[in-house]
Design a protein. Structure first.
Length: 136
């Protein structure tokens, strides 16, 4: 059986994003969580790179997917992931440990797969807060 948990940290948290709306209507909130990594501003979306640097945690939301295979098949092209997408993929999807208030659980995570050279680091690891800061 495919893992049915998805950790989201970027545009899939934005209310007026149609893919986020699709996710919310086909999944239930499971928990909030964090993952060790660095978050970069790629332009209109963030990119997460895994890092063991203890100073950086990425904050996100975990959803339990109603039909994981179908939902991931819908979201993968949005994330630029898959054999039919431009190579190398913009993002890759991996099952990784996410720290939650209830312990560590494995979730699908989309990881940025291109160069981070010249990208701005989002030091606090919270993309929604970062967007709100940029707007004010």
């Amino acid at each position: 059986m495919i893992n049915d948990l998805l950790f989201v940290y970027g545009t899939l948290l934005i209310d007026d994003n149609k893919f986020a709306a699709y996710l919310r209507s086909n999944a239930i909130f499971y928990n909030t969580g964090t993952i060790k990594g660095k978050l970069y501003d790629v332009g209109t979306y963030p990119g997460l790179i895994i890092s063991n640097d203890q100073d950086y945690l990425i904050k996100g939301t975990i959803y339990q997917l109603n039909n994981a295979e179908e939902i991931l098949k819908y979201l993968d092209p949005y994330e630029g992931f898959g054999d039919e997408q431009e190579q190398p993929n913009l993002f890759i999807r991996e099952s990784l440990p996410i720290e939650t208030s209830d312990g560590v659980i494995n979730c699908w995570v989309y990881l940025y797969n291109l160069s981070i050279d010249g990208l701005n680091l989002i030091t606090h690891g919270d993309y929604v807060a970062y967007l709100n800061q940029k707007r004010s």
